[in-house]
Design a protein around this ligand. Sequence first.
Ligand SMILES: [Mg+2]
Length: 233
Amino acid sequence: MSPTVLLFDIDGTLISTGGAGRRAMAGAFEAVCGPGGAGALQGFSFAGMTDRAIVRAGLVAGGFTDDAGDVEARIDVVLEAYLVRIAVEVASIEGYRVLPGVTQVLAWLATLERVAVGLGTGNVRRGAMAKLARGALDASFAFGGFGCDAEDRAALLRVGAGRGAEQLGVPVEGCRVVIIGDTPKDVAAAAAIGAACIGVGTGGFSPDELRGLGAFAAFATLEADGVRDALLG
Ligand SMILES: [Mg+2]
């Protein structure tokens, strides 16, 4: 088996936060943009978007323009306000759950050699770890590509792949890189960096849809037969 770097998406793939992410983001917009500021987030789904892209889209929808760097300057302010809130929201929300098969697959992967298990997520690192901690999944990931590495999903996956290769002590060109995600954006970003993608139907897109878009395998959940073979190629 070639050295393998696995990069797992978080929301809809490993966990469902039960809406805590959106609540924290809405709270951040209210705090930074004033009462009613969260209204700008209502028109779009966050699925597959990086944190910076979500904040940018919300600010633009709220009428901010890039004149005088108005949007750029505010993105970091909103993200700081979001990070203050995300751990609190995740800790208190009822609907939080670790998705089927996740804990078992991660425990199995931890026993394998020449496999680096990381994250490939649009969440900024602190937000990612806050979301994973409640499900005791944070310790399973020693590295990743995060939303604080790049606003573009393909770019952050490339960073994550490089870190995984470094952990294995081999050049990234010599690794099989696999993205595990739940949205068309995961599939597209994997293709953009020449990685394979395994789709999982726990985030609202069906395995058939994800396969149709280019995932080489897709499953209803990570509990399904065939998941482990697909991970190892
Ligand atoms: Mg996702």
